[in-house]
Ligand binder design. Structure first.
Ligand SMILES: CC(C)(COP(=O)(O)OP(=O)(O)OC[C@H]1O[C@@H](n2cnc3c(N)ncnc32)[C@H](O)[C@@H]1OP(=O)(O)O)[C@@H](O)C(=O)NCCC(=O)NCCS
Length: 214
């Protein structure tokens, strides 16, 4: 069982993650967020403790961290979620994963320790999922898929069998990736898209069938 944790971020994704952890019976000590207007105000009865600096206080030094930052990967460079986690890991902090009790993760899938699997998500055998990735509400990762680091499969997305997703790929809500395809680092799939061809270079794919946004 995961010990007490602090969630990094206090926005929408952080609250979903907090709820999942509470359903798992994990003690959430609180949240850290740079937005001073949130400091001191409770989220589901747990305080927003302050900015990152409070993580060095003695009573929080032993807490593991959970990444509460979402985002769609459109901002320049690696997504904020990756940048913040890597900065805190460089300070020696450990990030742990989330498994909502209603998620199904095949015992024959291989997930990095900090992967987040949220309510109703399904991960089938042979899937391999890299560090920092989020398999969000009711997303499906079919057999033998390979996901890099900090991939976000948004709610209701379906990644068919044997798909290869590079680092920092965002698979939009309700989208479908046809079996056997390869999407390169940083590709963003729009909500509701149906991807039917490989895409090596970072781009936004939109529509049915999906095309690169001009
Ligand atoms: C694709 C996406 C990243 C584009 O974001 P954006 O650059 O801010 O785009 P905008 O909202 O400014 O829209 C730009 C144009 O694309 C269209 N568009 C936006 N999203 C679209 C989508 N999913 N499918 C089809 N067209 C879309 C808009 O209608 C607009 O068209 P117009 O220029 O003819 O008016 C975003 O719309 C999206 O789908 N994100 C994924 C959301 C998601 O997965 N959320 C879950 C979080 S947990």
């Amino acid at each position: 069982m995961t010990g007490p944790v602090v969630i990094v971020g206090a926005g929408g994704h952080a609250r979903v993650v907090a709820d999942a952890l509470m359903c798992q019976g994990v003690e959430v000590r609180g949240f850290v967020d740079p937005d001073v207007s949130l400091h001191g105000s409770p989220v589901y009865g747990r305080p927003v403790l302050g900015g990152d600096a409070v993580l060095d206080e003695p009573d929080l030094l032993d807490c593991d961290l959970v990444n509460g930052l979402g985002g769609v990967g459109l901002e320049g460079g690696p997504p904020l979620r990756r940048r913040v986690q890597e900065r805190l890991q460089a300070r020696g902090r450990r990030f742990v994963g989330v498994r909502h009790p209603t998620a199904h993760v095949s015992p024959r899938a291989d997930l990095a320790a900090d992967v987040q699997v949220l309510a109703g998500a399904v991960i089938q055998p042979g899937a391999r999922i890299g560090a920092g990735s989020v398999i969000n509400t009711r997303a499906v990762i079919e057999h033998d898929c390979r996901l890099g680091g900090f991939v976000h499969c948004a709610p209701g997305s379906v990644v068919c069998g044997d798909v290869d997703l590079g680092d920092d790929v965002h698979v939009g809500a309700g989208s479908v990736i046809r079996q056997g395809l390869i999407l390169g680092r940083g590709v963003v799939v729009a909500a509701g898209a149906a991807v039917v061809a490989d895409q090596n270079l970072a781009a936004v794919l939109m529509g049915v069938p999906a095309k690169v946004r001009g």
